[in-house]
Design a protein around this ligand. Structure first.
Ligand code: ATP
Length: 358
């Protein structure tokens, strides 16, 4: 019954708003039909039609439906028209445009005591929103981007706290700020700049740590060669403000830094060595393209527009995605076998913790 209501509602919205896009044709003239399923809805054009079935039509339907179905469903933005074949012999209606959705809208997690939350957690999943969790066994590299004040450090502290029980951590903190304080409190290794040392010296120290991690990858690869079922403990290399490392650094040292990052991003997957990178933006100055291509959790917080999403979501036109208002909000994309291709509105968790750690 609910499906019938949703179908009637979507059909009505499309009839009224599509107008010029379908050359004035509507479902009343039998020019298209709508079908609702669990995973999304179908727009079934009746061909031949006087309108063109192309990306522009697909995006227009997305815009109309996503706004009309908010907050009942979140229609998942696709980069281009999503065609599916239909199981019929009738050539006029053998294809449909598919609009996948998630029931409801993204909801923020609010955690009243972060330490207690972490110690009470039994599964290895990392909760991100009320209906979204991350399986760390299935991802290798993560990136958090956002303008100043958007909530990157706050989100990073959350991830550090949740990762600590499941992963060894090496933290690089060029700003000598909250990650260093967090690391001191939790007795975790941290590399930060020191007063009497130069910038290049600092990046060399990071390269040393990256090189050791790469050695670990090689050792683990050799172990996997002997026993493919070998299990390893996660190791995460966390780098805050990556952009700060490449600016004003001696070229040879910067090149070595980029090369080490690339190798770790490429080879870390099977050997459970991860990168967690934070930066205002991820242009080609901050990380090599090959690292960007390996990222499988992309988080952009703060301002969301064509310009800000161009590095982490190069194919995405954010138009029509409802971005929640508030601190630590934006977009998230998880690329693994479990989640279909999707970019979701994100609200980073809000948590409370013992005073003085942040
Ligand atoms: N998810 C959230 N829930 C509640 N408050 C948040 C959230 N995210 C950020 N904030 C608040 O917003 C403020 C700014 O966040 P934060 O310092 O993490 O920004 P930033 O992106 O790291 O900025 P900068 O690059 O200048 O360091 C913080 O004081 C924090 O309390």
């Amino acid at each position: 019954m609910a499906d019938e209501q949703d179908k009637a509602f979507i059909t009505q919205c499309l009839n009224m708003a599509l107008g010029s896009q379908t050359e004035g044709e509507t479902s009343y003239s039998n020019s298209f039909d709508v079908k609702v399923g669990k995973e999304g809805f179908l727009f079934i054009p009746r061909l031949p039609s006087s309108y063109v079935i192309d990306d522009a039509l697909y995006q227009k339907i997305f815009l109309i439906a996503n706004a009309a179905l908010y907050p009942r469903y979140t229609v998942l933005k696709q980069n281009s028209a999503y065609f599916i074949p239909l199981n019929t012999e009738d050539i006029h209606v053998q294809r449909a445009l598919f609009f996948p959705w998630k029931v409801g809208i993204s909801k923020r997690l609010v955690i009243s005591d972060l330490e207690q939350f972490v110690s009470a957690k039994t599964s290895r999943l990392i909760p991100i929103m009320e209906n979204l969790s991350l399986d760390y066994d299935k991802v290798t590299s993560m990136a958090i981007a956002g303008n100043s004040g958007s909530g990157k450090s706050y989100a990073l502290t959350y991830f550090l706290t949740l990762l600590k029980p499941i992963s060894e951590l090496i933290i690089v903190d060029p700003k000598f700020d909250s990650p260093s304080r967090w690391a001191k409190y939790h007795q975790v290794t941290v590399i930060h700049p020191k007063q009497n040392r130069s910038k290049s010296d600092f990046v060399s120290e990071i390269n040393e740590a990256l090189s050791q991690s790469l050695q670990l990858i090689y050792q683990r690869q050799a172990m996997l060669y002997e026993n493919p079922n070998q299990k390893f403990k996660h190791l995460t290399i966390v780098i805050d403000e990556v952009l700060a490392l490449s600016e004003g650094t001696n070229k040879a040292i910067k090149d070595a830094f980029f090369s080490l990052l690339s190798q770790i991003a490429l080879l870390g997957r099977a050997t459970k060595v991860h990168l967690l990178l934070v930066s205002q933006r991820f242009d080609y100055n901050s990380i090599p393209v090959s690292v960007r291509e390996q990222l499988n959790v992309n988080i952009q917080i703060g301002n969301i527009n064509h310009k800000t999403v161009q590095f982490l979501f190069p194919d995405l036109n954010p138009e029509g995605i409802v971005i929640p208002i508030g601190k630590g909000t934006g977009l998230i994309q998880i690329i693994d076998n479990e989640h279909p291709y999707q970019v979701l509105p994100l609200l980073c968790p809000t948590y409370y913790t013992k005073k003085g750690i942040l």
